[in-house]
Design a protein around this ligand. Sequence first.
Ligand SMILES: Nc1nc2c(ncn2[C@@H]2O[C@H](COP(=O)(O)OP(=O)(O)OP(=O)(O)O)[C@@H](O)[C@H]2O)c(=O)[nH]1
Ligand SMILES: [Zn+2]
Length: 205
Amino acid sequence: MPVVFVAASKLPTPFANFTMHGFLDEENGREHVVLSLGEFVDGAPVLGRLHSECLTGDALFSQRCDCGSQLEAALQAIAREGRGVLLYLRQEGRGIGLLNKIRAYELQDGGADTVEANERLGFAADQRDYAMCLPMLQHLGVESLRLMTNNPRKVKALTDMGIVVAERVPLHTGHNPHNKLYLATKASKLDHMMGNEHQGEVDRA
Ligand SMILES: Nc1nc2c(ncn2[C@@H]2O[C@H](COP(=O)(O)OP(=O)(O)OP(=O)(O)O)[C@@H](O)[C@H]2O)c(=O)[nH]1
Ligand SMILES: [Zn+2]
């Protein structure tokens, strides 16, 4: 897949001074970003996260989901470790785009859950694919990850493309009264591991 590296720059944040690497998927024009910290040449598993774009949660403080809190917790964890990668993937709304996500939210306001809303709009429950991650990780020299996620599909996608997932680190944070049903549906219908299967260092509950 033609995902090409375009440019890299410094990205100072409140958590750490990251390096930002920009990539272009020439097939669909999507622009993806990696924030990296530290060196990976020793080949040891790298603390990492595949974060799917959520404009509402990541930038607009939405409490309908847990994305903003997960983004912050992942960057903090990488900063604490002094080494890691966060892939910020431009597949908003589990791949249906921002405007369709707002359509789905409208249906959820009327009583549908997150999966039913997608299906009523003619989409699969989760339309994401993670193929763009391989060229991005290869560019950075990352072959093995300690992956911060509750989503088994991300572990499988990486493993299937030959990236070693040495450990899954749960990322339980950002729970609030507004996203209770959303999180419960992820667990019951999308196989997310929301319990205490493993007490990782990013667990907040
Ligand atoms: N279609 C749709 N997308 C949503 C909804 N709520 C959040 N999203 C999108 O879902 C994506 C995040 O996926 P999640 O299923 O919350 O979590 P995940 O990234 O798969 O799993 P973790 O790694 O554990 O966070 C982002 O792209 C959000 O924009 C919703 O109700 N409908
Ligand atoms: Zn979100």
